[in-house]
Design a binder for this molecule. Sequence first.
Ligand code: SAH
Length: 264
Amino acid sequence: MRLGIISALLEEQAGLVEAMRGAARVTHGMREYVAGQLWEIDAVCVLSRIGKVAAAMTATTLVEKFGVTHILFTGVAGAGDKTVNVGDIVIAESLVQHDMDASPLFPRFEVPLTGRTHFPPDQPLSMRLSQAAHDFLELDFLDAISEGERQTFRLAQPRVHRGLVASGDQFLNDVDRLDALNGALPGLVAVEMEGAAVAQVCHELGVPCAVIRAISDNANEHAATDFMRFVKSVAAQYAFHITRRLCRDLGQAPLQPRSDSAGT
Ligand code: SAH
C-alpha cells in the first residue's frame, strides 16, 4: 500500500515529514509532496490548503501522479453537535458537502449527476483509524498533551465519535447556522472544509479513504479564537500520534485488498 496523507494546514501534520525516512520532495501544482517511509509503510504527505477545490486537487494528484492506493485526511474541525466537545476526535462514517444546493433541479446536498448526497469513506481503513484514535487517547494522551494544555482546553476525557462530517467553503462560526445544518443533516458530528471533497474524489477514483478530525472549536462566535489556539498548541500532537499508530498497525497487518472495484 502507499498512503497519501493530506492536511489543510501545516499545524495539522507537523512532525510527520520529519519522521519520514528517505524523504523525497516534489513540487507540483503549487504544493509540495513528500514521499518516503513513514514508520512501517510507504507514504506521501502533502498540505492541501483550505477548501474543497484545494482538497480535491490534492487528492486527485496524490492518486494520479503519486500512485497512492489509500488516502487519509487528518486535521481539525468544528463540533457538529452539542454532544461533541473540543478535544474529542471524530472519524467520518459518511461525508456531505453542506454548501451544495442545486435545488430545485436536484435535492439539496446532492452532487448533481452523481445521485448522491453522502459519500462513504472506506470501512476497514476507518476501523483501523478508530482503533488508533482510541489507543492514542488511552495510551499517549497524558504524555502528549501537557497538564497546562489539558486545563486550557478543558480536555478532561476526550472521546472518539463516528458519524457524519459536513464540508463546505465556509468557516462556521455562527450557532444559528450550525443548528440549521444540524437539523438538516441527521447524525452530524463535525463541520470542516475539505473532507467531503476528498471523499468524492476517492469514491470516483475507487480509492479507499478515511477522514479524522480533532475538534478545535464549537463552530460558534468563539470559533476563530478557539481554532487558532487549538491548532497552535495541540492539533499536531493528535495527528502525529494517531498517524504513527495507524502506520505501524497497517505495516504489521496490511489491509486486505478490496473486493469491489468502484470507479476503476
Ligand atoms: N483563519 C484561518 C482559517 C482557518 S479555516 C487561517 O487563517 O488559518 C479552518 C480550517 O480548519 C479548515 O481547514 C477546516 O477544515 C477546519 N475547521 C476547523 N473549525 C472549523 C469550523 N468551525 N468551520 C469550518 N471549518 C473548520
